[in-house]
Design a protein around this ligand. Structure first.
Ligand code: FAD
Length: 226
């Protein structure tokens, strides 16, 4: 077989220019990148790394399907490698991007007929921001668990009647406590479709709570970040 007859399966890294950086808190920022020809469905993720670097990490696409740019929400991990490199990047520099990957997508047939509940911890809100931006008219409730209220990233992007902020370490006018405690008290129609994204222990607990509320397993989709 000649090289030209071989099926090329290796994905080629694309270089995307950083167009803008928006700091939401001291440790969390939004990177806006050129979209180029990247086709994706809301809920999918990319892998990002510095040009020619060995290390890439996964990041959910934060921006909507119709935007002419890509946005990624990143929380800096102090002992981490790639999130630190991303924090040091400047507008005009390039990042290597691969993807899109992942199956955390909305079922387009159910978008007009079903209620959705999105449950996120921290930056796990990213795919839900993309869902909401890409699907005007979506019947959703977004439950966002953070430690402090300044981590309610971009909360004005959501209908205030649909966004529930749960702060675990700060008393404020929003719900004080964990997303799981909030969810436990919530009445849910078993037809609701639930999406869960963030840290694995929260996701595990949410599965148990939803199962106790009678939600069938196929109505729950999740993405584990760490
Ligand atoms: C499908 C998928 C999508 C993801 N999307 C996002 C996203 O949209 N935004 C985002 O910021 N991260 C996201 N992550 C996490 C991201 O891929 C990296 O793991 C994170 O940025 C840390 O990378 P690092 O190289 O800096 O640290 P590493 O050197 O890889 O890890 C250092 C330590 O930090 C832990 N860790 C990783 N993420 C977190 C976190 N958020 N909070 C606390 N501890 C953590 C790791 O388990 C490890 O123990 C996603 C992960 C997956 C699997």
């Amino acid at each position: 077989m000649t090289p030209s007859q071989k099926t090329v399966t290796k994905r080629i890294n694309q270089l995307h220019r950083v167009l803008d950086i928006r700091h939401l808190t001291e440790s969390t920022f939004l990177l806006r990148l050129e979209r180029k020809n990247m086709q994706f469905r809301a809920g999918q993720y990319l892998t990002l790394g510095l040009k020619d670097a060995e290390q890439h990490r996964e990041y959910s696409i934060y921006s909507g399907e119709q935007e002419n740019y890509l946005e990624i929400l990143v929380r800096e991990i102090i002992e981490g490698d790639v999130s630190q490199q991303l924090k040091a990047i400047r507008t005009g520099q390039f990042l290597e991007v691969r993807g899109p990957y992942g199956f955390l997508k909305l079922d387009k047939k159910k978008v007009a007929t079903h209620k959705f509940v999105f449950i996120a911890s921290g930056t796990g809100i990213a795919p839900f921001h993309s869902f909401v931006s890409s699907n005007p008219g979506l019947d959703y409730t977004l439950i966002h668990g953070v430690r402090y209220r300044d981590e309610s990233y971009d909360r004005l992007a959501y209908d205030p009647n649909r966004y529930v902020l749960c702060t675990s370490r700060e008393k404020y006018e929003n719900y004080q406590g964990y997303v799981t405690t909030y969810l436990d008290q919530l009445e849910l129609d078993p037809e609701t479709i639930c999406y869960v994204c963030g840290n694995s222990s929260m996701i595990y607990e949410v599965y148990n709570i939803l199962a106790n509320k009678g939600l069938p397993r196929e109505n729950i989709l999740s993405e584990v970040y760490f």
